[in-house]
Design a protein around this ligand. Structure first.
Ligand code: PLP
Length: 380
């Protein structure tokens, strides 16, 4: 039937037009369809069947991410936590896992709680200490080492290459949470990691308006196929609307990350000499224990995240945060706007984070405005 022969009810119900999907727009098309047409010989040659496993918009972003991390394939998830927990759920009860003592707190809580109940045997080690990692490995039983570098919120560095060698020699895989490093500053797969994870909510999107997670693999092996299946079974996918918005954010990733790195370094240097600050934690500072490794492993910058320890303890730190105007008091990181957080309050009892610590996520504002705001708040 031709377009002009179709009745209005049918036209509307099927949302038909003369130029379906031939617009040649500059901005990639947003495909909202949850289902796709089967070929008339009963095949699905496009490879697209149903939205839980397949969506062209999401897959488009996944291809770009795989290229950014120099991996074979990438999957997007509804959040960073969905991405990370799917990796652990692809293991089997009884498998041994090594994870950092200091890492993204809520994933650590999940590993110590739900994952352990499910049967994973989780050891937490100081990942910066290669001898401690070596000692924790149980050859043939350890299946996964999870690394976060730089690690929240002390920004400790882990040597990806050395931990990858240890993991592989023992028959284990290495997964790296590279949220803070971003693909701009570190490409963990090229250093030996098997899987890279991102909370795409952070730098990849960069505008604090999309919740998303990503995994990128070096090889689409059996473990990766298990991850694919769990994502599909649980429906832990990213909606195409969010994938399109994420891609919009990613288009300026390099510019945002470079600017955040530059400002974070200026801010770190400024407060390393400030009388009200006991310590600045930033891998770009020579005084940071991870500085030498960061200089080799991170390319072009030390990241946009740093922490300051305020003289006077928790009360003084919280008071400083309360006085800030430009730095917004909020959790999360990696957005164009700068955020400040009293991290120990967020993590609660049992946190390894000192209670005088403020975590700073440096955005892309004029860095001198950010320093002036902090200086004012620190003045007694
Ligand atoms: N990994 C890191 C380093 C994070 O900072 C976060 C969130 O703060 C996550 C993982 C979890 O990501 P999401 O909040 O997108 O689930």
């Amino acid at each position: 039937m031709t377009f002009s022969e179709i009745n209005p009810e049918t036209l509307l119900a099927q949302a038909l037009d003369d130029h379906q999907s031939h617009a040649d727009g500059i901005v990639p098309a947003l495909h909202l369809s949850t289902t796709f047409i089967r070929d008339d010989d009963n095949e699905y040659r496009s490879g697209l069947v149903y939205a839980r496993p397949h969506n062209p918009t999401t897959q488009h972003v996944e291809r770009i991410l795989a290229r950014l991390e120099q991996g074979q394939e990438a999957f997007l998830f509804g959040s960073g936590m969905a991405a990370a927990t799917t990796v652990f759920l692809a293991l089997k009860p009884g498998d041994h896992v090594i994870a950092p003592v200091v890492m993204y707190w809520f994933l650590r809580k999940w590993l110590a709680g739900r994952a352990s109940q499910w049967g994973l045997d989780v050891s937490f080690v100081a990942m910066e200490d290669i001898d401690a990692v070596k000692a924790a490995i149980r050859p043939g039983i350890t299946r996964l080492i999870w690394v976060e570098t730089p690690a929240n919120p002390l920004w400790g560095l882990t040597d990806i290459r050395r931990v990858a060698d240890l993991a592989h020699a023992a028959g284990a895989k290495l997964a790296v949470d590279s949220t803070v490093a971003t693909p701009v500053l570190t490409q963990a797969l090229t250093l030996g990691a098997d899987i890279v994870m991102h909370s795409a909510t952070k730098y990849l999107n960069g505008h604090s308006d999309v919740l998303a997670g990503a995994l990128v693999t070096k090889d689409a092996d059996d473990f990766w196929q298990a991850i694919r299946q769990i994502r599909t079974d649980l429906g832990a996918v990213l909606s195409p609307r969010d994938a399109a918005q994420l891609l919009r954010g990613m288009r300026t990733l390099h510019l945002r990350v470079r600017e955040s790195c530059r400002s974070a370094m200026t801010i770190a240097l400024h407060y390393s000499r400030h009388p009200a600050i006991a310590e600045v934690l930033y891998p770009g500072l020579k005084t940071h224990p991870g500085h030498e490794l960061a200089s080799q492993q991170m390319i072009g910058g030390y990241g946009g995240m740093l922490s300051i320890r305020v003289k006077g303890g928790a009360v003084a730190a919280i008071r400083v945060a309360a006085k800030l105007q430009l730095w917004k008091r909020a959790t999360s990181l990696g957005g164009v706007e700068s955020l400040v957080e009293h991290r120990a309050s967020m993590e609660g009892p049992g946190t390894p984070v000192p209670d005088d610590l403020l975590r700073l996520s440096v955005g892309i504002e004029n860095c001198h405005d950010l320093i002036a705001d902090l200086d004012r708040a620190l003045a007694v």
